[in-house]
Design a protein around this ligand. Structure first.
Ligand SMILES: Cc1cc2nc3c(=O)[nH]c(=O)nc-3n(C[C@H](O)[C@H](O)[C@H](O)COP(=O)(O)OP(=O)(O)OC[C@H]3O[C@@H](n4cnc5c(N)ncnc54)[C@H](O)[C@@H]3O)c2cc1C
Length: 381
């Protein structure tokens, strides 16, 4: 039977192997066993994310982050995100950030850096973050200004990062900073900064859907030469590489959220009595449900195509952007249409549908807003 988070037959396509189908099935069953809230809803988002990392790490779902493979299998990452997003927003959130941070370290770190950081990230006992954005540098990452001034054999960091997921719980941050080796993107270097580094302060930010999210202030924060991740002056490449690989996984997560909304709306339309029949019998409601299914199928296929291309060593940047733009925009429309089918019941605070409505919004913005990705797609024409 197809796991609930997936469209029928998509996983059976030759784009996937048996180990992908097995992963989807096992993770879906593991998630389905967790009924109700996975963590205490009254707890602080930071504590909830820590608890979730420990739970998914303890169950072995992060083990691959400490493998010897420099390139992780993106179809598996997409599957994990789609299943987790379908079942529990914060589990997908923390998993995805852990994946971003670990991917940067696995792909660009030295043997020593990988040995130091990856085991904790893979066990879920340590949390990671990817700190790129700043108050003056969001979509335009080449404008990053956080200063990394050479000091003896190390560097001293001064400046502010913002909107950083897991920023208030991270044990290790991948930080993009300006070392001034060249203009714009050429002057940027990636660093690994411990969460408890002297001079680093994290201030939580409240969000539309609560999560561990923070502003980071660096005040004379000194790091040693072993903190440089990859080559000096090549930090922009590290950031772009990690983001390009991640975009298709955002598409997969969007499909997970939207799939949940679709199933809830379908159930509701079948159960709700109206005009001596069921909502599901009304033609306009049928049309809305059909549109949802069509969009879900298209989003699933676009994410699968991008992940397959990346795993096959083919060009995937455009496919990854295409999948993200389509799937996240479509997911916004699907969740909105699902709320409409619920009527007032879809707006009850903290109900599953109301939460989905808040949870889906950020996906069109983070890791490249739709408009920025559309510009890239158009430029490649
Ligand atoms: C939930 C969440 C988690 C996040 N986590 C992280 C994280 O862990 N690490 C991190 O570094 N950052 C993170 N971010 C920040 C995120 O990457 C930025 O929000 C994103 O890059 C957009 O930057 P901005 O918000 O500064 O928007 P701006 O750059 O100010 O852009 C605002 C809007 O302008 C439009 N726009 C921008 N550029 C163009 C263009 N070229 N053409 C047309 N329109 C354009 C778009 O509509 C865009 O939404 C997170 C954001 C969210 C919402």
């Amino acid at each position: 039977m197809t796991p609930a988070a997936f469209e029928p037959d998509v996983l059976r396509l030759p784009l996937f192997g048996d180990h992908h189908r097995d992963l989807a099935d096992r993770l879906d069953r593991w998630c389905a066993e967790r009924t109700g809230d996975w963590t205490d809803p009254a707890a602080e988002p930071a504590d909830r994310c820590r608890a979730l990392l420990a739970e998914i790490g303890g169950a072995g779902w992060l083990r691959h982050l400490d493998s010897d493979r420099r390139a992780s299998d993106l179809r598996s990452v997409c599957i994990r995100r789609q299943v987790l997003a379908y079942h529990e927003d914060l589990a997908d959130f923390s998993y995805s950030i852990q994946e971003l941070c670990a991917a940067a370290i696995a792909r660009y770190g030295t043997e020593e850096q990988r040995r130091r950081h990856l085991p904790g990230l893979a066990a879920g006992t340590g949390a990671g973050a990817l700190a790129l954005s700043e108050p003056g540098a969001g979509s335009d990452l080449a404008a990053v200004a956080l200063d990394a001034a050479p000091d003896g054999d190390g560097f001293v960091l001064n400046g502010v990062k913002t909107w950083i997921a897991q920023g208030d719980i991270a044990d290790v941050h991948v930080v993009l900073a300006r070392t001034g080796d060249g203009p714009g993107p050429l002057g940027l270097t990636a660093f690994l900064v411990p969460g408890d580094a002297p001079g680093l302060k994290a201030s939580p930010i409240g969000a539309i859907a609560p999560r561990s999210w923070a502003e980071l202030t660096f005040t004379d924060c000194r790091v040693g030469p072993d903190a440089v991740l990859g080559e000096r002056g090549r930090g922009y490449v590290v950031a772009l590489d990690v983001l390009e690989r991640a975009r298709m996984t955002v598409a997969a997560a969007a499909t997970g959220f939207a799939g949940r909304a679709f199933h809830l709306a379908l159930e509701r339309a079948r159960a709700r009595r109206a005009y001596r029949g069921r909502l599901a019998d009304l033609q306009l409601v049928k049309s809305s449900l059909a549109e949802m299914r069509i969009k879900l199928s298209a989003a699933s296929l676009l994410a699968a195509r991008a992940a397959w291309a990346a795993d096959s060593g083919e060009d995937y940047a455009e496919a990854s952007s295409t999948a993200k733009v389509y799937a996240t925009e479509a997911a916004g429309e699907i969740v909105d249409a699902a709320v409409q089918i619920f009527g007032a019941a879809g707006l009850v605070a903290d109900s599953p549908m109301e939460r989905l409505y808040r949870q889906i919004r950020s996906l069109r913005i983070y890791e490249g807003p739709s408009e920025v990705l559309q510009m890239g797609i158009a430029e490649a024409l």
